[in-house]
Design a protein around this ligand. Sequence first.
Ligand code: 2RA
Length: 351
Amino acid sequence: SKPTLAVVGATGAVGTVMLDILSSRPDVWGEIRLIASPRSAGKVLRVRGEDVVVQALSPEVFDGVDVAMFDVPDEVSAEWAPIAAARGAVVVDNSGAFRMDPDVPLVVPECNAEAARNRPKGIIANPNCTTLSMMAAMGALHRQYGLRELVVASYQAVSGAGAAGPKRLYDELEAVAGDRTLGTVAGDVRKAVPDLADSPFPAPMVLNVVPWAGSLKDDGWSSEELKVRNESRKILGIPDLKVSATCVRVPVVTTHSLAVHATFAEPVTVEGARAVLDKAPTVVVLDDPAQGVFPTPADVVGTDPTYVGRIRQALDFPNTLELFICGDNLRKGAALNTAEIAELVAAELTG
Ligand code: 2RA
């Protein structure tokens, strides 16, 4: 019989996209159980064209569950993923709680699908959306040329901060709409938007870019920047990969972008890289600047592939490519990759 799936955090920003994804992918699941905090219990959500009542998170709710996807804050996953695993579910967790645990595989099916089978804790981690948005493309290039160094600047969408992110951006857009003087005097945008104390962001997002995402770690690094480094190394299986990232939030609702400077062991050419990326099933090359063709969030949001454009051989750096990569942070960056991992487990369970 088909395995039972639990979706924990069904009402959140990623959970909402997950229900859409589960409704449109080949259906490998028997029962789908929707789970959320007691506050959201009793809500009715639609999945696969059917109404499903959301149940409150409890140990018993995992009884009979084969695979449990978690899209909840780190501390909720840290507490509840082991409870679900102890009740027999394989957990696919999209929080940061377990990603760097040596006993938890961190999986991107295009890069390391086989790692999902080795899960001593019954938990598989899904990467952070910033790293994940470039992995399908970087994995393909790594297999061909041998990746050695990665220097990345991110351009992250506000929905990476959860449902409060887009709400804040739309509120700020309303506050500045119609004033054609804004953005001309230092501090004028800050004065025009609602109180920043109520924002998930530390500066205005509208008419601005903000060089900050995540929380402050040692020596001035942000948690997002360290995740790009640590997670890229683990997913690609290159423990000594040199990585340096600067993570920036931009006024985009959904779809993260990354400017990538990637150095390889082998000589690279633009034509060769394009051929490698063209062959990668989930990567789409959009690269014809003469015709205005390159990936932009507004043009690719809501779709599944990883888009790559602006492919150049770095003029002053041997064996190095410059790339611009876009990926929907809620789909491949979160819900879609989680669903793909869960499907790997479902295939394994049903033999
Ligand atoms: C962000 N990467 O964009 C984070 C979400 N986990 O804020």
